[in-house]
Design a protein around this ligand. Structure first.
Ligand SMILES: [Zn+2]
Length: 371
């Protein structure tokens, strides 16, 4: 009897999960959930980084059977393999690691909150104390996806947040020690952000007297936000190893590069007012003309822009702005040489997240108007 009740319960849970996932396929936000485009772009970049000399400006196609890795031993991370890349590059989509077929409670929770309930969004403010899952998809941490939270924001404001996030993620990845010999990821999270003049400090710690600065248990360190692995309980998520935390920070940088080339996140090369839905997945090697706001966007058009990326004609020639594969390859190569993080940030500011001189204010429409 007990067994049959349990079987009934688990069948019900599986059915519920399947129903939620099915709904999410039509509705999920900014997730390349059906495809594995983030992963494939990252593998292409790894192959390119393996081949690339510092000033080269194009990437050779990756052989299908390539099983290589990037040597990150100069930053103390050893080999960065395809399996590491797969785990790391999905971080912004799944910052507390719930999107796993074997993590049923997490999968149901993620799907419910993001795809069905939209984090209860409407007019609520969703910041870090509501969790990374919601604040990065519907709140002020949308810069993780190269998007803006609000309408009519100056493009430089959004770009500065993206640049600040890249700077922080690279500091986590490189994990240098401060003058007292404390490794970056072990430094106190709240003291760091409260003293910081970074463009994202106010979003990382919205209030000094609230979560995560006031909480039960150990205080957050700078590595904490890359460490979650949530299965049954949100409050007792498992913690990853230091290496895993640092690799996920690298994944966050690569993901930002890739999302900045999705036309539903950051419009480039004349997209998207009159662009046909079938052409939205083309990325262009041109400066960013507008950052989009997800709330209010037509979801079918957004999903079309998140389909398998294809290089637009502007990427066939040498350009100041690099496409998602070449740019990520340069970052991986620079990390493998352990160059100063400012050099990597400068590269990305000038060759990836650069805005057009006539870039417009953030918008949820202009090519993505609700039908
Ligand atoms: Zn994303």
């Amino acid at each position: 009897m007990k067994t049959s009740i349990e079987t009934y319960r688990s069948t019900k849970i599986i059915f519920l999960a399947a129903a939620l996932v099915t709904m999410s396929l039509a509705d999920a936000r900014t997730i390349w959930f059906v495809g594995d485009h983030h992963e494939q772009l990252t593998y292409d970049a790894m192959y390119c980084a393996d081949q690339l000399m510092p000033n080269e400006e194009s990437c050779p196609p990756r052989p299908e059977d390539w099983k290589g890795e990037i040597d990150l031993s100069k930053v103390g991370l050893g080999k960065f393999t395809l399996a590491h890349a797969k785990n790391a590059v999905r971080y912004p989509d799944d910052p507390v690691r719930e999107l796993r077929w074997w993590n049923l409670p997490g999968l149901v929770r993620w799907t419910w909150r993001i795809a069905v309930d939209a984090c209860g969004s409407s007019d609520r403010i969703i910041d870090v104390k509501n969790g990374l899952r919601c604040s990065s998809h519907y709140g002020p941490l949308q810069f993780l996806h190269a998007m803006e939270e609000k309408e009519n924001v100056e493009p430089e404001v959004t770009r500065n947040k993206m640049s600040a996030w890249i700077t922080f993620a690279l500091d986590v990845a490189q994990n240098k020690s401060n003058s007292e010999g404390v490794a970056f990821i072990n430094q106190d999270y709240c003291s760091y952000w409260l003293a910081s003049d970074s463009a994202i400090a106010e979003f990382m710690v919205p209030e000094a007297d609230e979560f995560p600065c006031v909480k039960k248990g150990d205080p957050w360190t700078l590595g904490t936000i890359f460490s979650f692995d949530c299965r049954f309980k949100i409050s007792s998520c498992w913690t990853d190893s230091d290496e895993q935390i640092r690799r996920r920070a690298i994944g966050a940088v690569l993901h930002l590069i890739q999302d900045s080339h999705s036309q539903g996140h950051s419009a480039r090369g004349g997209c998207c007012g009159t662009t046909k839905t079938t052409d939205l997945a083309k990325f262009e090697c041109a400066p960013i003309e507008r950052f989009f706001v997800y709330k209010g966007q037509d979801r079918d058009r957004h999903t079309a822009a998140d389909k398998a990326p294809i290089a637009g004609s502007s990427c066939n020639k040498t350009t100041e702005i690099h496409g998602p594969v070449l740019a990520a390859a340069h970052v991986l190569r620079m990390l493998s040489e352990n160059v100063n993080r400012n050099q990597i940030v400068d590269y990305l500011n000038n060759h990836v997240i650069k805005t057009h001189v006539e870039a417009g204010l953030s918008s949820s429409t202009i090519g993505f108007d609700l039908q």
